[in-house]
Design a protein. Structure first.
Length: 115
């Protein structure tokens, strides 16, 4: 079972994207795990951009606070990441995983923000 992120693309600065995360196989209970969105820009270490607890509590680092919103769809067993007012420095491959992260990062989705 892998976690797969989708919804990335090429946008201009100031625009929005919505990413989604689902399990590739059956049996992985995203609803029952603390989850996080991470990103890795070229030449940089992977960083955390948002977390959501099983109860829906959220956390954002200063770099994404006020622009990114993480949410759950309990019916679909997925999590989403709404990204508004995107900046060129948000360009990265975005991944979803548990908190702490799984050893297999699964499939990420590329986000490119042009200035």
């Amino acid at each position: 079972v892998q976690l797969q992120a989708s919804g990335g693309g090429l946008v201009q600065a100031g625009e929005s994207l919505r990413l989604s995360c689902a399990a590739s196989g059956s049996g992985f209970d995203i609803n029952g795990r603390h989850m996080g969105w991470y990103r890795q820009a070229p030449g940089k270490q992977r960083e955390l951009v948002a977390t959501i607890t099983t109860a829906g509590g959220t956390y954002y680092p200063d770099s994404t606070k006020g622009r990114f919103t993480v949410s759950r769809d309990y019916a679909k067993n997925t999590i989403d990441l709404q990204m508004n007012n995107l900046k060129p420095e948000d360009t990265a491959v975005y991944y979803c995983s548990t908190i702490p992260p799984l050893t297999d990062w699964g499939q990420g989705t590329e986000v490119t923000v042009s200035s």
